[in-house]
Structures are given as C-alpha cells and as structure tokens.
Design a protein around this ligand. Structure first.
Ligand code: SF4
Length: 476
C-alpha cells in the first residue's frame, strides 16, 4: 500500500496527463449528474474516489484536492498538513522532521513536479487557499463535474497592495524604515520566560536596548510551553522596545490566530512573523493535539487581508484594520533546494515583507540561495534577514545540529570550535566572520541573532562585529 504513492510520483507525468484528460471531460457529465441529483451522484462517487485516491496517493479525502498542483504527492500526508511548500525542518536526507522513517511529502512533490514538467499548472507557484474543514470526506471530483457543487471556496489570499501597506506599516515598524532606507538591519531573538513576572522578560531584553531594530519573541519554540508571545511582545512594546511577535499555526485555529494578532496590534505590536511551527512531538507536551488549521502561507494571506482590506478571513469587516509589518521564515540549508526559493516567493506573494532565515553556518550555500533570490528580484520585495548566532561550546552546537530540525552546521565549524582553548570566544569569532561575509552578499538586508539564553554574548557580537557602535547601547 505504501509503495503505490511513491510509484505514482515516479509516474507523475502519465498520471497527470490522464488526470488532465479526465478533468477536461468531467464537465460533460454535468447534465447526467444533475438529472440524477447532485447529492446522490456525490454519494456514489465518494467510495470510488476514496478507494482509488487512497490506493494511488494515500489520499485523506480532505475535500479540497490539491494533487494536481503538488506533483501528485498528497499534501495532507505531511505531518503538519502544509499545502504551500515544505517546512524548515526537512532532514538532510530528505526525510520528514516528524516521521524520520518517511520521505518528506514536499520532497516527493518536488520530484513529481519535475517529472510532470515545469509550469504544468500555474497553481504550483500560487499560494493555495486554507482548507475548508466542512468538506472533509466529501468528493473533489463532483466539483470537476459541476464546479458549483459543494460549499463555496474560502476566499484566496488576495494579492498584496504593496503601496498601501508600505505607506502604513513603514510609519510604525523600525525594520520597515531601515529596509526602505537601505540600512543594514539587526534583529535578535529571545525566548519568553517561564514566569508570570514580566521583569524576567525585560531582564533578557535589556542587553539589546539601543543595539537592535527589533526583538523577536518566540511562540512556544520547539513546541515547549512559555509565556505567550503576544503577551511578551506587548510587555516589550510597552517598555519601549520594538518587538516581532512570532505567531505559530501549531496551537491555534484561524479564529484564535486572528483574534490574537488583532489583540497584539491593539497593544502596540507592529511586527508579526508567521510560522507553521514545530511539531508537538519535539516539545515538552508531546501528548498535545497539533492544530495546523493553517500553514504559514495561508496565515500570511489572512493577516494581509486584515491589514490591507480590513477584513477577517470570513470577509467580515474590522472596525479598524491593524497596522502590521508581516514577516515569514526561510530555510535555505535543507532540501528540497529547488522548492526553497519558490516557497519564499509564495510567502512574499502572500504578504511577507521581511524574511528571517534559519541559522547560517554555511555562507557558500547562503550565497547560492541569494543568487536565486536576486534572479527573481525577491530581495527588493522583502528584507532578507539572515539568521546567525553562537552557542557556548562545540558540544552544544553539535547537539543543536543533531536535535533541532532544520539546523545545518558544517563539520569544519564544530571542529574549529572544539579545537579552541576558549570555545565560547571561538564561537563568537566564527559568528563575527559569518556576519562580515554576509554583509558582502548582495541582497542580504540584515542579520538576525539567535542563541539560547546567551544574551550577553549576542550583545557583544553586535558591537564587536561593527554592526552597532559601542555607544549605541542605552539603558533599558
Ligand atoms: S518535513 Fe515538514 S513539510 Fe515535510 S512532510 Fe514532514 S512536516 Fe511536512
């Protein structure tokens, strides 16, 4: 049973041609279906469709079939149900972050797409709409026969209106202002505390006062529970910092996500970074139910609609639209390589205006990625901010490379740090060299510093690498 979906991807070209021929013929059955009654026709179709698609594609009958746009690999077989490209945690061997014994669905989708031939359907490069949960278990074929059958599709993310968004968000977001002025951006990431006391959070942010353009607040990073990112970002905004509120799709459905982001905006948060999120199996509550109602691309589309058109995903009007500068993540260091830039473009098309990447320890690979980014002009549409950082020892770095999904650390880097007498100082030196190399790459708009509970070292790196003068630091 498991081998047939793999066979289908290997034979994607003839199967896709068969599908395309059937799709062309299907509307001719419309009059017969109407004569029999649409409900009755759908009742008959469902068991046939389920059995065939289950056998050949491991289909889950989501009712919003995207097979023809995803290289004949069913996106619902992805552990995070991502419909718009791979997550950032794909393993180096192309296997899934969550189910290491299986190939990543999007690695197979990329293979199927390549076999079908590039550009077979425009939807491959277009963001797909969020799934309509009411259609689960229903037939997708019935809508090929009679396109009006079934419930109305949820609205697609509208094309962003760049002029309107720039004019509003740029007034409020320091990242936006720096990007538009062509200045090098510096952001940093901190984890909110396991405490009900905001002082603990402010203490972590204090070393960066005056040194950075924004402070990212992670949202249950690694699927571990901490103070909410919305609350923590609001605390920072009230204290005069410029926070980036990270919002992950793992824990909330679209109703909760929209409400939380609106609340964050009401409390002074202006930058929101959309993520799909780590799977719950990675964290301290592996027994929790993962939500993944949206992926980062559909979340971006919805938040962009709130910001630009002043309406919820449902189309209901907001009394006052939030002024948000939206961002997303990218991981240029894991497979499938060919899909990484397409995925980035989809995020930018959906409303992302800044991109923060996974840790960069491999400048050559980043350079190659940026070449493809520049070829599509994406660096002009969004600020590409590259993740950098340091850990206190080679052992910690090795642990991260082995256990944190999507982190790629070349062997020569860990060997160099391991051989040093002062490993922490060598780690900082490596980070500074990487920052200096990144500044020379055309299209890199800034750096994003990360390092678990390593705030003092990160502040030191900002000054020692010349990103900010020592006197830029101010009392928080
Ligand atoms: S690696 Fe990520 S995108 Fe690929 S199947 Fe697993 S969860 Fe889905």
């Amino acid at each position: 049973m498991k081998s047939l979906p793999a066979w289908s991807v290997r034979h994607a070209r003839p199967l896709f041609r068969l599908y395309a021929a059937c799709a062309r013929l299907a509307p001719r059955l419309g009059p017969v279906a109407r004569l029999l009654g649409m409900s009755r026709t759908e009742r008959w179709l469902i068991p046939v469709e389920r059995s065939l698609k289950r056998t050949f594609f491991d289909c889950r009958m989501c009712g919003d079939c995207a097979l023809s746009a995803t290289g004949l690999a069913c996106p619902m077989t992805c552990a995070k149900q991502m419909r718009n490209g791979p997550c950032g945690g794909v393993r180096a061997d192309g296997h899934c972050e969550v189910r290491p014994d299986q190939p990543c669905t999007w690695v197979r989708a990329t293979e199927g797409d390549a076999r079908i031939g590039p550009g077979h359907l425009p939807t491959w490069r277009q963001p797909l709409s969020p799934i309509d949960a009411r259609r689960a278990g229903r037939s997708s074929w019935i809508r090929l026969i009679a396109p009006q059958a079934g419930s109305a599709a949820p609205p697609s993310p509208a094309a962003p209106s760049a002029t309107a968004r720039d004019a509003t968000a740029a007034e409020d977001s320091l990242i936006a202002r720096r990007f538009h002025a062509g200045e090098f951006i510096v952001t940093v990431e901190i984890a909110p505390p396991d405490s009900a006391d905001p002082a603990a959070l402010l203490q972590r942010a204090a070393p960066f006062a005056g040194l950075v353009d924004a402070i990212n607040i992670t949202d249950g990073a690694g699927a571990n529970c901490h103070m909410s990112s919305v609350a923590a970002a609001s605390v920072l905004a009230a204290a005069g910092f410029s926070p980036v509120c990270q919002v992950a799709c793992r824990d909330r459905n679209r109703i909760a996500l929209q409400g939380d982001v609106l609340g964050a905006a009401a409390l002074g948060v202006r930058n929101v970074l959309c993520l799909t999120g780590d799977d719950v199996s990675q964290g301290d509550h592996p027994e929790a139910k993962p939500v993944f109602d949206l992926d980062s691309v559909t979340l971006l589309g919805i938040l962009n609609g709130m910001t630009e058109r002043g309406e919820y995903a449902s189309g209901r009007r907001l009394e006052l639209a939030p002024r948000l500068f939206l961002g997303a993540t990218a991981n240029p260091f894991v497979p499938p390589d060919v899909e990484r830039v397409a995925n980035l473009e989809r995020k930018i098309d959906s409303g992302a205006h800044f991109i923060q990447t996974q840790f960069c320890f491999d400048v050559e690979r980043l350079d190659a990625f940026m070449e493809a980014v520049r070829a599509r002009g994406l660096h002009r549409r969004a600020a590409i901010i590259v993740g950098v950082g340091t850990l206190s020892s080679a052992r910690a770095l090795r642990w991260m490379a082995e256990h944190v999904p999507g982190v790629h650390v070349p062997r020569h880097i860990t060997d160099r740090i391991a051989a040093a007498a002062d490993q922490a100082a060598e780690g900082r030196k490596v980070c500074i060299e990487i920052i200096q190399a990144l500044r020379r790459i055309d299209g890199v708009a800034g750096v994003h510093l990360m390092g678990h509970r390593n705030e003092a070292a990160l502040a030191k790196i900002i000054v020692e690498s010349g990103l900010r003068p020592p006197d830029a630091a101010r009392a928080a």
